[in-house]
Design a protein around this ligand. Structure first.
Ligand code: GLA
Length: 732
């Protein structure tokens, strides 16, 4: 039993693997947070409750309603909230802003019972973690028929609590939600920094630390995509925390549209965290009997530093979020033609690229953009999911059969959410594109976006994409998304529902993904958004892998992959080896360095193989052979980040098998210096009592020795060099 209720004291305990989450229903029937951290006993911990300090506090109306008098001091503002609400004395960031039919905006959500579900139900139309025992806490407004359910899912093998709120209108008249966040959470002191992942195209997921202050630190997206600008993630990191030690709380939203996460320093010296769907440009009408499901937030707690938090997320997402069929299965090892040809290819060229990969152990050929409609550049063709026979004379079938004949699988690129003005689709249905009639709408990469809030538009896409997939022998799909929403408006929504667009876009996208992924159960899907512009847990629910960045430069990739690994497992990061000078940075790094960094993810190659010499082909074959030796560690191992490239001249990732019998360390030195420092590499995560054979040193050491003493790497002279170590337990 992971969920225990002390009925007498009205305290709820949710026990995870090494953690306990506790809250109470207090004397005002308010859900008051008590604790989240390392496992504790089911004791009466209400002694930790503080008072409100007495000044300028609004006494709780519920007490007066019940007892006829006001409490002397107590106010909602002072209680650590499970859901904070506005209008009855709580001046912190509310999770909810409501407008009743009479224009009043007050709500007082108090306890109305609970249920426990042994197995969690999937939220309607939304991706979320699967499994786990779930507590559903019912709350009801004291003066209207509005209520909400707070969902808490707890797992006995990972230290996360998955939370969301369902808002319910059980009254006769409409209500309008101007804000409908997913959770409120509380940390009892302010000795924390907020860590976020920010970035841009080609420079995704850089780490930033911001001190918590009295006021709000927030991250958000207004792009109707989770975006490269700010990932839907925030962590509270205790001052002094490092990779291996210290308290960290992570907040990861399973959401792909405009979001917000906020950490607010409260005047009593604590921190309140809240967030969910961005309330900027948002409003949702709930008619009689209607509900609004909100996106799930996955809250992780670790006292083993940032590394501990990441390992928790990696396990949680691999076990409970990502498609079971693919998450730990060997990944397609691809050759993608994009950087090799861009739009300039025909049947012959594609066949030659596939043919030239023969003998390298590459097992999947992925045909990227340009195979459909009249697509010879990025000005036309999007939306027309039929083969460009001017380019591919024998159609797709001929190329696919050829590729299959070489013993390779075939993959194909789509950008299902988009349309070009110069396309059959746009000419037939200009209204399918998002935009406000009478206004010139924005183009981005010369394209418009399709209105996924409309069912007929989604039906068109599903029919056409599934049509291609069912007609051909396709094993892999790269689902791209190369711009963000502008001109949000839909002819399918009434005037009073236009501000629902952003969330409805997400619901439309999920519906699309579900219908295409489920209709093609054998196809492996990779997400993409001009690289890693939509790398979030909701996308990972549908697509087990995401193209991490268009930037394939090994040096820049150390930074991108380091930041991405804060939340996302290595198996979700698509990483390709490309040519030099690198197309994005112009940098020259050696082929082995590029492969060593790309092999710390779901690896592949993205170049013109017809330019290979026999030596290059042999080099790729050897690299892939080496990759297969560590593939299981990449897909299922525990990650220890041993060197931080954002703070030093080095990058280091150590992958350790779950049973600790095998491990692999890749370390990278950015710049070589004359008479440089003597670098001692960190070794982490091994079993201190096991002897390991280190292949590269042809020596055996006790785990404790390796972890305490470290290793002395010998980097080749020059810049951008790597070293690798493979550790094997002698018991294997
Ligand atoms: C995006 C992707 C690239 C490639 C191109 C094709 O930029 O990130 O990998 O697929 O689109 O147009």
């Amino acid at each position: 039993m992971a969920i225990t209720v002390n009925e007498q004291k009205r305290i709820f305990f949710l026990d995870g693997k090494n953690t306990t989450y506790a809250f109470m229903i207090n004397e005002y029937n308010y859900a008051e947070h008590l604790y989240y951290g390392k496992s504790i006993g089911h004791d009466d911990i209400t002694y930790i409750r503080g008072d409100g300090g007495g000044s300028m506090l609004a006494q709780t109306p519920a007490y007066k309603a019940q007892k006829g008098v006001f409490p002397s001091y107590d106010s909602y503002h002072q209680f650590p909230a499970e859901i904070s609400f506005y209008g009855t004395g709580d001046y912190r960031e509310p999770a909810l802003e409501i407008s009743h039919e009479d224009g009043s905006r007050i709500v007082e959500l108090l306890y109305d019972g609970y249920d426990i579900a042994e197995e969690k139900q999937k939220p309607e139309g939304m991706p979320a973690m699967r499994g786990g025992e779930t507590l559903i806490l019912h709350l009801k407004d004291t003066a209207s028929h509005f209520g909400c359910d707070l969902y808490y899912t707890v797992y006995d093998d990972v230290d996360v609590i998955a939370r969301r709120i369902v808002y319910k209108n059980e009254g006769e008249s409409d209500v309008r939600l101007n804000r409908a966040y997913s959770f409120t959470f509380h940390v009892p002191d302010m000795e924390y920094e907020v860590m976020t992942l920010h970035g841009a195209w080609g420079r995704e997921r850089r780490i930033e630390s911001i001190p918590v202050h009295h006021g709000v630190v927030s991250v958000d997206s207004k792009r109707m995509s989770s975006s490269a600008t700010l990932n839907p993630f925030m962590a509270l990191v205790k001052k002094g925390t490092c990779e291996e030690y210290g308290n960290v709380y992570g907040f990861s939203l399973v959401y792909s549209s405009s979001f917000v996460l906020k950490a607010e320093g409260i005047n009593n010296g604590s921190i309140q965290i809240t967030g969910g769907i961005n309330d900027f440009d948002f409003s949702w009408k709930l008619q009689k009997g209607e509900k609004l499901e909100t996106p799930e937030v996955v809250i992780a707690y670790s006292d083993e530093g940032l590394g501990g938090m990441s390992r928790i997320y990696h396990d949680a997402y691999r076990e409970y979020l990502i498609n079971k069929r693919f998450v730990k299965a060997k990944r397609p090892l691809v050759i993608n033609n994009w950087e090799g040809t861009y739009f300039d290819f025909d049947n012959q060229k594609l066949k030659e690229i596939a043919e030239a990969a023969k003998g390298t152990e590459i097992d999947t050929f992925v045909l990227d953009d340009g195979w459909f409609g009249k697509r010879d550049d990025d000005f036309s063709g999007l939306g027309d999911w039929f083969v460009n026979t001017d380019k591919l004379e024998g159609g797709l079938t001929e190329v696919i059969e050829y590729v299959n004949g070489l013993g390779m699988k075939f993959g194909l690129w789509f950008e299902p959410e988009m349309v070009n003005e110069d396309s059959e689709l746009y000419r037939a249905h200009p209204d399918y594109a998002i935009g406000v009639p009478g206004r010139v709408r924005c183009q981005s990469r010369n394209q418009y976006m399709l209105d996924l809030t409309r069912k007929e538009v989604r039906d068109y896409i599903v029919e056409n994409v599934n049509g291609v997939l069912h007609k051909h022998h396709i094993s892999y799909v790269k689902w791209d998304y190369n711009r963000n929403v502008t001109d949000a408006w839909s002819c399918g929504l009434t005037k009073d529902r236009q501000a629902e667009f952003s969330h409805r876009y997400a619901l439309g996208l999920y519906d699309l993904c579900e219908r295409i992924v489920e209709a093609n159960p054998e196809v492996f899907f990779e997400g993409c958004s001009s690289g890693g512009g939509r790398f979030d847990p909701a996308i990972l629910y549908y697509f087990p892998q995401v193209w991490t960045s268009d930037n394939t430069d090994a040096e820049d990739r150390t930074l991108i992959q380091y930041g991405t690994s804060m939340v996302y497992p290595l198996s979700t990061m698509s990483c390709h080896v490309s040519v030099v000078p690198n197309h994005q940075t112009g940098r020259i790094t050696r082929m082995d360095t590029r492969a060593d960094i790309a092999h710390l993810g779901a690896t592949g190659y993205e170049l013109d193989t017809t330019a290979f010499s026999d030596e290059d082909r042999e080099c790729v074959r050897r690299q892939i052979e080496e990759y297969h030796e560590i593939e299981e560690l990449v897909l299922d191992g525990d990650l220890y980040r041993t060197e931080n490239p954002m703070e030093s001249n080095y990058f280091g990732f150590m992958l350790v098998s779950k049973d600790k019998k095998e491990a692999f360390l890749t370390a990278y030195r950015r710049l070589g210096h004359a008479n440089g420092e003597v670098k001692r590499l960190k070794v982490c995560g091994l079993d201190k009592d096991i002897y390991y054979y280190v292949k590269e040193l042809d020596s055996t050491f006790l785990g404790a020795t390796l972890m305490n003493v470290g290793l002395l790497p010998v980097f080749d002279k020059g810049d951008f060099k790597t070293v690798k170590y493979h550790f094997m337990s002698l018991d294997i």
